[in-house]
Design a protein around this ligand. Sequence first.
Ligand code: ATP
Length: 197
Amino acid sequence: MKTVVLFGGTFDPPHIGHLMMAQLAYEQTECEAVWVMPAPSPPHKEGLLVSPYRVRRDMTAQLIAGSQGLVLCEVEAEREALSFTVDTVRILQEQHPDTEFRFLMGSDSLHDLPTWHGSNELTKRIDFMVAARAEAPFEETYARVKEVLPDLRAHLLRMPMLDVSSTFIRERLEQGKPLCGLVPDMVLETWNRYAGS
Ligand code: ATP
């Protein structure tokens, strides 16, 4: 059985926190690859202003370019419907019966997991790897969520807290402030090209 880690997100824009967690997940699971999946229409960000899929996809590809084991996965873009993670996982498990999938997320997403469509089924299907974020301490969040989703299996990713977010970056970009390396230059160029177009 081989292992693949799935890393779903909005990536608007992708940043160094995303890259670090994907890289560490790759190293710590001894998996074949981490498939990074930008969501075409993220259900939990519906109604918010989100950059077009193609822009986020291009930036994500640039973020992981040259990193061994990190692969862009466009499986969610191939479907018409909203990209519910549970549907993606079900499809991938059917397509790859010889692969064990894990799902990588931040602890803020773990906190919100009970609100996700099909979360009960999702926790039966897949283990989670979780990178801690300041607002949701891992152990506490895990214990709370497990009360609601008893099948939950979540493992803490060993990673120094690097609590940068796309929201923080968008705010700095709006204010014209420097990003000090939080987003690689090439990614930033794509963002600026989109923002200026
Ligand atoms: P936003 O600020 O727009 O909500 P974000 O920075 O949280 O964006 P997403 O694309 O929503 O980025 O993140 C994808 C996944 O990565 C989520 O599960 C999120 O919790 C996690 N994540 C993002 N940044 C970090 C970080 N710095 N540390 C740990 N987890 C993170």
